[in-house]
Design a protein around this ligand. Sequence first.
Ligand SMILES: [Zn+2]
Length: 279
Amino acid sequence: MRRREHAASATRRYVFRRTVDELRTHEASDPRLLSVYVPEETPIFDAAARLTQERDEAADIESERTRTAVKDALTALKDRLGYYDSPPTNGLVLFAGAVDAGAEPTTEALVSPPEPVASFRYRRDTTFLTEPVERMAAGAGDERERELVAEFLDRHRAGEEATHGFERVRRDLRTGAVNHLLVSVALREDVITYECPEGHEERETVAHSRDAPDHECSACGVRVPATAGEREDAVEHLLDLADGRDAAATLVSTDTEAGERLLTDFGGVAALLRYATGG
Ligand SMILES: [Zn+2]
């Protein structure tokens, strides 16, 4: 059971890191993006009262467009706070704001971050305040990660009980051959599953930022339109499989040379196997 928990905690860390990376890229043309850090020990009603106060003060914002956007975002934040009776372990970090002018505000909640939120913070700016959570998401890059990647590299050189690449690792996970899954925390790919009219199921991986391509079935040559594919995050897909097959899983940071190699030389996906699977 310990191993199953391991893959689930890797999933949580990966989703946290991915969310932080995405929030960091947003930039608005006027100061309408809100960030709120709520420590575990701050009562929810105190945090809500502070947002009410900010909403009153927002009446003084000169630009009507900004004022409306900020009020909408504050309402969205208060709604989100209302989900909680008290802050979860390590606190809560909320973001709200319309990234595109005139759009509905989007909200993002980071619940129970890996490290405690130190103090209550509220910020309104053209960007989200992500530095504190970026530090939490940086990952250990610790000795254990280095050892695991080193073991993978040794086995890879020797050509035994190791594999890499999305499709082969996925196959070996499904058959239960994987003992330990290694994925780069910086991998940003989706997997798209296509089923042709003859029922052949095949997959392609594409970068998060790319549109899905049409797919040509390798068995019968039929073109399957991009819209027919089912798209999901490639790392979450693998971590879910690991969780279901009792395989351990470790997210590897890119702060070390070993972690950098895993991403650039091996596509960010590798596995230590229980037995050789021939590729
Ligand atoms: Zn086919």
